[in-house]
Design a protein around this ligand. Structure first.
Ligand code: ADP
Length: 221
């Protein structure tokens, strides 16, 4: 669950990036966060992963109380979240299998579990026959599928997708959102940030609009 209560962020240059924002996203929800450039979307994401701290207000993410969270416990918070980025952020020198397995290896998951779990999640995103391919040999849509598998492999409670369709054509964008919806149907909470209003309108669902650091709309469309 994500819960912000009266959260404000002012950067050191005096810009109020978020202004008294309150927001609850329950477990199992799928929510779009929309807003033009400069609205505060990235600031919101940075808060949720404790890359930055709020100047005031309280934030809870997946049971972690972020004002009280100690530096050494930040990795524990982040392990409950899967990330998907606009530019995929895959490791080009690793094949698909290793890009996904890397996450589990880095937390010392048992080898036997890795051998089972990695092909399973790669299968979920429809890339079973591409396990040995390298990112540079794949289309943007395929690379984003790998990124989704990587986000899923550690069974996160929440997936944060930051403009995941920003580098994709419309048809592929729809496929990626459908995959995110499938992931959501299996119980994972999904927060997708986008500035593509047309896509949001097409899919509908809970939509949170930010403008100048304030929530101007939060409803099902
Ligand atoms: P979005 O992701 O919706 O484009 P941001 O959260 O990046 O919006 O930015 C919100 C506001 O905060 C903008 O006015 C932006 O210029 C400002 N801002 C973002 N990051 C910083 C920073 N590190 N230092 C100062 N101002 C920032």
């Amino acid at each position: 669950m994500v819960e912000l209560k009266n959260v404000s962020v002012t950067y050191s240059n005096g810009v109020d990036a978020l202004n008294n924002v309150s927001l609850t996203i329950n477990d199992g929800e799928f929510a779009f966060v929309v807003g033009e450039s400069g609205a505060g979307k990235s600031t919101l994401i940075k808060l949720l992963i404790k890359e930055i701290s709020a100047n005031s207000g309280s934030i809870k993410v997946n049971g972690f109380n972020l004002e009280k969270l100690r530096q050494k416990d930040i990795p524990k918070l982040r392990r409950t979240i899967g990330f998907v980025f606009q530019d995929f952020k895959l490791i080009n020198t690793m094949n698909v299998y290793d890009n996904v397995a890397f996450v589990l290896r880095s937390i010392d998951a048992p080898a036997k579990y890795i051998r089972k779990r990695v092909p399973y999640v790669i299968g979920l995103v429809g890339l079973k026959d591409k396990m040995k391919a390298y990112p540079t040999e794949m289309s943007g849509g395929e690379q984003q599928r790998v990124a989704l598998a990587r986000a899923l492999v550690n069974d996160p409670k929440l997936i944060i997708a930051d403009e995941p369709t920003g580098n994709l054509d419309p048809k592929t964008s729809i496929e990626i959102i459908q995959l995110l919806q499938g992931i959501n149907d299996c119980g994972t909470t999904v927060l997708m940030v986008t500035h593509e209003h047309e896509l949001v309108k097409r899919f509908g669902g809970r939509t949170i609009s930010l403008l100048d650091g304030k929530i101007t709309f939060d409803d099902i469309i």
